[in-house]
Ligand binder design. Structure first.
Ligand SMILES: Nc1nc2c(ncn2[C@@H]2O[C@H](COP(=O)(O)OP(=O)(O)OP(=O)(O)O)[C@@H](O)[C@H]2O)c(=O)[nH]1
Length: 650
């Protein structure tokens, strides 16, 4: 077990941890307590709780993709029973020695407010794919740097990207309606030369992680956004680790300098503790104070990005078949698979045959972020391309092949590997909604309703959990994966998406980003302010999971008044006394107290014509294929079988 000393504070030694008081002892003690003693005890408990919180690390760096429950508990400075309890609510029964996989480690740690970073950083950096080959050396030209923006949530990544984009439009560069395609390019004057910069505007961190996991290096420089009024936070540290792992230089944008309480010096101080020393403090890291909202110092930042990357010798060969990385991809209802491709070497042209991971494509059309159609895209250019057979995976590399045959040969090998991965992903992204569940009766597959419950206070959580307990659970189980007081967060949405759960909020709201995440992942988030309504909906959803039952629905009755024998079969001449008879309905033929036939009504005629239905007060001829032994006075009971939603029974 390796823990980065700079990022994770050591777990508190067990001997220092306070054992929880035994309930009986505590009760005995409480009886004798005076008010003052109680207040003092409470104060001590609060202090202990605060201290316990303080020793929790700001971030976990997990070296491999597994840890035992005990190891995780030690890293988080919590009792292993806490971890076991957390797992239990996720439906995992675990012992202290049980090994947990990365996903589980992340979910549990995040519940304790500690983000996790997998420490495969060096490994991933080593895997970095070389986009430039020996044969390119003769044709190299300078290419624009590719920039990723990273930073802690709400520190202003999106605002900064917007400000940069706006700065370009204001400067009168290629105008038009900009559209999010996952990347965009800006052009600036640098030493009287028009120079370009490519910004990846996918949430920096995610793009980075996905691409790094595949060993692809796409960025040349990382902008680390740190809010001047908030300082270095866990995701700032995470971003630093990512950039360092990929050996990408960091330029710090100290954002929100317009805000009261902004302290760029504090940010510099905190960053220096992470070995990022500002130039004006004698170090070599460029730090630019900016205000994304006011558009202040944005030009300076762009200028600095060019300066920093100038020393990097960013080159590519435009005269070859393109290769690069898929930045984003989605399925458009009208256009089919759409992928944003970052060309890292060569030139991509319409008509090119492309293999992106296991997906084959022929570039049908390309547009830039201004919706301008392009025929060609050179190095460091990002385009949205149409023409893939399926949606490629973000982070996968793409490469152009001279013909379809050679591309197909490469893709064929990759396809079978990818299928297994895709299947696993599909399983993980099984989405559900309460409404869809109510309609899932026929499929009869789900017999478990997974819930994530967030409420205003612990008291509400307990009240709702108590009521859920009361719901009948013989046939359908409610599994509460997570229940806690607080807002519905993005992490809750991720957990719901990964586990096919519905999020139920009671008197609470959604944290920033959670709504967007829910929309993007299709997770159903329900909001209630009345408990019984919440329970009613959950019960309805549970009932939706029950197999429907078939029940009889009475149609009518008829009396047999004459029997006509035709060969071996016979037709009963009837009079409909109540309701109606329908062709192909079910009939039961009663003779006295006996049922002499129970089966289908196969033919129904009026005046020799086949009819669908005969109503009360009319005569008709009734025939069945499997019964001919009619007698005058038989009573026909007509009914049909219908499916009916079942109710939960207690
Ligand atoms: N005063 C001030 N507010 C800013 C500035 N930049 C961003 N903000 C505000 O900070 C909040 C967060 O900004 P975002 O750009 O959404 O931050 P983000 O880092 O992209 O957030 P996530 O996408 O949720 O990670 C918003 O309310 C912005 O209006 C700034 O320079 N000055």
């Amino acid at each position: 077990m390796v823990l980065s000393a700079s990022l994770a504070r050591p777990a508190k030694p067990k001997s220092q941890r306070k054992a929880a008081p035994k309930p009986m002892a505590a009760m005995r003690k409480r009886k004798k307590e005076t008010t003052r003693q109680r207040q003092r005890r409470r104060a001590m408990e609060l202090r202990a709780a605060r201290e316990a919180k303080q020793v929790r690390p700001e971030m976990l760096i997990v070296p491999e993709d597994n840890l035992t429950v005990q190891e995780l508990a030690d890293m988080l400075s919590v009792e292993s029973s806490e971890i076991i309890k957390s797992l239990f609510f996720k439906g995992i029964i675990a012992t202290v020695t049980q090994t947990l996989d990365m996903n589980t480690i992340e979910t549990v740690a995040e519940e304790f407010g500690v983000p996790v970073l997998q420490d495969d950083v060096e490994e991933a950096a080593k895997k970095t794919v070389e986009m430039i080959e020996e044969a390119d050396k003769e044709h190299l030209i300078r290419r624009p740097p590719v920039v990723t923006v990273m930073g802690h949530v709400d520190h202003g990544k999106t605002s900064l990207l917007d400000a940069i984009r706006k700065a370009r439009v204001a400067a009168g560069e290629a105008g038009g309606i900009t559209q999010h395609i996952g990347a965009y390019q800006v052009e600036i004057d640098h030493n009287d030369e028009a120079r370009k910069l490519t910004f990846l505007d996918t949430p920096g961190h995610e793009a980075f992680t996905a691409m790094r996991a595949r060993g692809t290096k796409v960025t040349d420089v990382a902008v680390l956004v740190v809010a001047a009024d908030d300082g270095v936070r866990p995701q700032t540290l995470e971003a630093i680790s990512h950039a360092r792992a990929a050996e990408v230089p960091i330029v710090v944008a100290i954002n929100k300098i317009d805000k009261e309480g902004a302290s760029p010096d504090r940010v510099k101080q905190e960053l220096s503790e992470q070995n990022l020393l500002a130039e004006d403090w004698g170090g070599d890291v460029v730090m630019v104070p900016v205000s994304a909202i006011k558009g202040e110092n944005i030009d300076k930042l762009l200028e600095m990005l060019l300066l920093v990357t100038e020393v990097e010798d960013l080159q590519a060969n435009p005269d070859r078949l393109a290769r690069g990385t898929v930045i984003e991809a989605h399925l458009d209802k009208a256009k089919g698979p759409v992928a944003t491709l970052l060309v890292q070497n060569g030139t991509l042209k319409t008509g090119d045959v492309v293999a992106a991971g296991p997906v084959l494509g022929k570039v049908r059309a390309m547009v830039d972020d201004n919706r301008q159609r392009l025929k060609e895209a050179g190095p460091s250019f990002a385009v949205e391309a149409l023409g893939f057979s399926e949606v490629p995976t973000a982070g996968d590399e793409f490469e152009v092949y001279p013909d379809e045959k050679s591309a197909r040969a490469v893709v064929g090998d990759r396809a079978s590997d990818a299928r297994a991965t895709r299947l696993a992903q599909q399983m993980a992204s099984r989405r559900v909604s309460l409404t869809a569940m109510s309609g899932q009766a026929n499929e009869g597959e789900l017999k478990e309703l997974n819930l994530i419950l967030k409420a205003d206070v612990q008291g509400s959580v307990e009240a709702i959990l108590g009521s859920l307990e009361q719901l009948p659970k013989d046939e359908v189980q409610v599994r509460v994966l997570l229940s806690a007081p607080g807002e519905v967060t993005e992490t809750d949405v991720d957990l719901a998406a990964a586990s096919g759960a519905v999020i139920v909020g009671f008197n609470t709201s959604m944290a920033s980003g959670a709504k967007k995440a829910a929309d993007a992942t299709g997770v159903d988030v329900r909001d209630y302010d009345v408990i019984y309504k919440l329970l009613e909906d959950i019960q309805l959803a549970m009932e939706g999971l029950l197999e429907p039952e078939l029940v009889e629905e009475a149609l009518g009755e008829a009396e047999v008044r004459a029997v006509f024998t035709i060969g071996k079969s016979a037709v009963a001449g009837c009079y409909v006394t109540t309701g109606k008879l329908q062709r192909n309905c079910k009939v039961r033929v009663h003779r006295g107290s006996q049922v002499v036939y129970d089966g289908d009504l196969d033919s129904l005629r009026r005046n020799k014509d086949d009819v669908k239905e005969v109503a009360t007060g009319f005569e008709c001829g009734v025939g069945t294929d499997r019964f001919a032994n009619w007698e005058d006075g038989d009573r026909i009971e007509a009914f049909k079988m219908v499916t009916q939603r079942r109710k939960l029974t207690t």
